[in-house]
Design a protein around this ligand. Structure first.
Ligand code: BGP
Length: 471
């Protein structure tokens, strides 16, 4: 369907960009910060990839970076607060004043430049001390510790921050053993049972944060930032159509259904029960989940998949992001209609439009794009430029589909491209760059971390200045 796209976006649409603390800040032990699981995981590959020690050095260069955001005309900046900067051990008696002050400065500086701060409370970086104390999300103590952390943020920054996201990509994080402290366990039933118990505790923690936000900051809005990984049926074979539905249910919708409706949906309980992975539930949990209904749905979108039925005898893979296999439910095959990046992420702008429909039709809540972008090896050429026309094409095609979704009547609050600046990719260091701004460093040498505006920076600046009319 072609729609006349002029003047589609509301005047207060938030054209944004995003990053997360461990990927951009550096200063990993400065100002009293404790180590996080993301730090520890990155140090294991320090001989190959850039780690979190210096990253893009936002911790020391945030003023300069916010100037670049202002020059771009950015309306919102989605960033995360490092839990271990506020509570170095995850549950210290008092918050770390230097950590509190750092984010005060960032938020104030954004506001002075007319940029809306959008805060993720927890983006993959649980304090390592909580893994050491009680194996993180395995213990119900993690729920109370997250609650205290969330309340500290809301009390302290709630006078200035209007949009909150409790947990980034719970549905992906739960599949990443190194971020959960599960990497030492052999695969098997015990590990999967534990994973689902941890997931359940994260649901309770997220619901409490939503409830706390509604209590402490009644005019603020809060919602998830989850990874939407939609799947098409690989063929029109009825079993493949069900396989695609199962993929959507068991990797995506179980999460958002629980967030929105405050209980595990019946299909998910049935699945967990069949596997023997139902979590232990306590009295009062139901009320906690019910009180945590979000104000909007935030989602990260990068790729889509094609699912086909696989027999119950197929070998399982519950943790692979690109090739999960849930025996008796689904596995993925390449989608012959789509191109893919060198990392095998299938590029699918139409799937982005489908995502808006799927999520709005299901929940009738406003949507916020919390991440969307292209990671690849950008090159700083001999003229000192980064000519990333491929990124411009990716963003243009995706924003174009979002514009059509908005024109069709779906309420969208914001679009955050990932990432404002080159960051340490969660899997491939600085080899996989995402930014509008290039950071002149490589995997093992930081050099001067000079900032260079890429071609996509100028393109996005124009998009923002025309409020998305001219892509
Ligand atoms: C999302 C994460 C981000 C970011 C992005 C790209 O899953 O929220 O933190 O890194 O994906 O992934 P990667 O860095 O693995 O390429």
């Amino acid at each position: 369907m072609d729609i006349n796209n002029n003047k589609i976006f509301p005047m207060d649409f938030l054209w944004g960009a995003a990053t997360s603390a461990f990927q951009v800040e550096g200063g990993y032990s400065d100002g009293g910060k404790g180590l996080s699981v993301a730090d520890v995981a990155s140090f294991k590959h320090s001989d190959q990839y850039a780690d979190t020690k210096i990253a893009s050095d936002f911790y020391h260069k945030y003023k300069q970076d916010i100037q670049l955001m202002a020059e771009l005309g950015l309306k919102s900046y989605r960033f995360s607060i490092a839990w271990a900067r506020i509570f170095p051990n995850g549950n210290d008696e008092q918050p770390n004043t230097e950590g509190i002050k750092f984010y005060d400065d960032v938020i104030n500086s954004l506001l002075e430049n007319g940029i809306e701060p959008i805060v993720t409370m927890y983006h993959f970086d649980m304090p390592q001390a909580l893994i050491d104390q009680y194996n993180g999300w395995q213990s119900r103590k993690s729920i109370d510790d997250f609650d205290r952390y969330a309340r500290t943020l809301l009390q302290h920054y709630g006078d200035r921050v209007k949009y909150w996201l409790p947990i980034n990509e719970q549905n992906l994080m739960i599949r990443k053993d190194k971020l959960l402290g599960l990497q030492h366990l052999e695969s098997g039933d015990m590990k999967e049972r534990l994973r689902h118990q941890m997931n359940y505790h994260m649901f309770l923690a997220s619901a409490k944060a939503v409830d706390a936000c509604h209590e402490l900051c009644p005019t603020a809005k809060i919602g998830p930032a989850f990874a939407y990984l939609p799947a098409y049926p690989a063929t029109s074979r009825p079993e493949d159509v069900l396989a695609a539905q199962d993929s959507d249910r068991l990797l995506n919708h179980y999460l958002t259904d629980t967030y929105v409706f405050g209980e595990y949906p019946a299909y998910y309980k049935h699945y967990l029960e069949k596997q023997g992975w139902l979590p232990q539930i306590q009295d009062g949990d139901e009320e906690i989940l019910k009180a945590g209904s979000p104000d909007f749905i935030g989602f990260n979108y990068y790729v889509s998949f094609a699912a086909q039925y696989c027999s119950p005898e197929t070998k399982a893979d519950y943790t692979s992001i690109l090739n999960p296999v849930l025996p008796g439910y689904f596995e993925y095959v390449p989608n012959e209609y789509l191109d893919a990046t060198e990392y095998n992420w299938q590029i699918d702008p139409t799937g982005f439009r489908k995502s808006f429909r799927d999520l709005y039709d299901r929940y009738h809540l406003p949507l916020m794009v919390t991440e969307n972008g292209l990671g690849t090896a950008d090159v700083l050429n001999s003229e000192g430029k980064v000519v990333d026309m491929y990124r411009i094409k990716y963003l243009k095609d995706h924003i174009g589909q979002m514009r059509t979704a908005v024109a069709e009547g779906i309420p969208v609050i914001a679009y955050h491209m990932w990432a404002f600046i080159d960051i340490v990719s969660s899997s491939n260091g600085f080899k996989k760059r995402y930014g509008l701004v290039y950071v002149d460093r490589n995997e093992l040498e930081e050099k001067e971390l000079r900032r260079v505006r890429k071609e996509s920076y100028y393109w996005y600046k124009h998009v923002i200045s025309t409020n998305g009319d001219d892509l």
